[in-house]
Design a protein around this ligand. Sequence first.
Ligand code: NAD
Length: 349
Amino acid sequence: MDVFERARHYERVVFAQDEAAGLRTIVAIHSTRLGPALGGCRIQPYASEDEALEDVLRLAESMTWKAAAAGLDLGGGKAVIIADPARDKTEALLRAFARVIESLDGRYITSVDVGSNVDDLDEMRRETDYVVGVSPAYGGSGDPSPITAAGVASAIRSCVYQTFGDATVAGRRIVIQGAGKVGYHLAGLLAHEGAEVIVADPNLDAVARAVSDFGVETTAAGSVLESECDVLAPCALGGVINEETIPRLKCRIVCGSANNQLGTITDGDALRRAEILYAPDFIVNAGGLISVADELVGWNHDRVMARVDKIGRTLLDIFHLAHVENVSTAEAAVEHAKRRMATLAALNR
Ligand code: NAD
């Protein structure tokens, strides 16, 4: 494995372990050009070290673009712990990880991701100040999912405007894949605005909760991607939009919270050819990052929501850029972020 070559565009990649605590972690700092690198800690029993490295590099880079496009003074980074969260997550493991973060002197700030939760962050907080998304008891903002959902709703309104010339979602058929923390709140917001909301989730309790709280419809999780609809909102897994699934889509718009929805960036071109408007995931789901990042300056709900409301506006700028540059919206989103970084770099000189 040629680690230096793979990490060529990264400022720093740190490998650390603590045998007694069972810790094996990789922290990737992609960029601190706009500020400290912020990104969650993923705890997963990766099949190999190679897979863990691949994941942390990919996730750290996308955090750079997400923070830059969201207008934050933050860079991109991510951490992975190679462990099974259900079995291996101990106080010692979390605190040993937090000590690694502390040793980076604020270049990287950690938060929640797959396999970690608010309680884990509170544990880490005992060893380091460089953690956000902690519980309100520690001065944090708690679960950001309702705020992420508000950002997705703002993004969907912009997509509907771009496609149909009118931003109202009332009467639009919107299918949500995943009725978890984000999907549930999104279903509520859209149903409240009069959209025809359909949810799909293999977890039938999650489906039942959305049905009983918001009166939404349901469809089978196994065939959700083929649902005929105006908007398909992937709010579960990554990689669901790929060369195998794109020919089967029957939607006009793909706009949801899931990270890394495209199999590869070229799937953005395939969506364009299929005349399906793709709202780049890292623009759409920035609400969570915006919220936890606000803890760094003393979390304020109104300030957070004002920034989250701008997600729809940013998307319209990206659609315009994609049109002018004749590229996919996925490429335009990265370009949009890079332009902000370049402008600010010029300012510093
Ligand atoms: P979650 O774990 O609470 O919910 C995910 C839901 O998807 C679960 O209910 C699960 O049963 C369901 N699911 C799994 N496989 C499915 C399938 N094949 N079809 C339909 N549903 C399926 O997670 P979440 O916090 O709601 O996050 C959803 C997505 O949004 C993730 O990709 C996450 O990385 C991303 N995201 C979340 C936030 C946030 O604030 N929570 C912020 C940014 C991005």
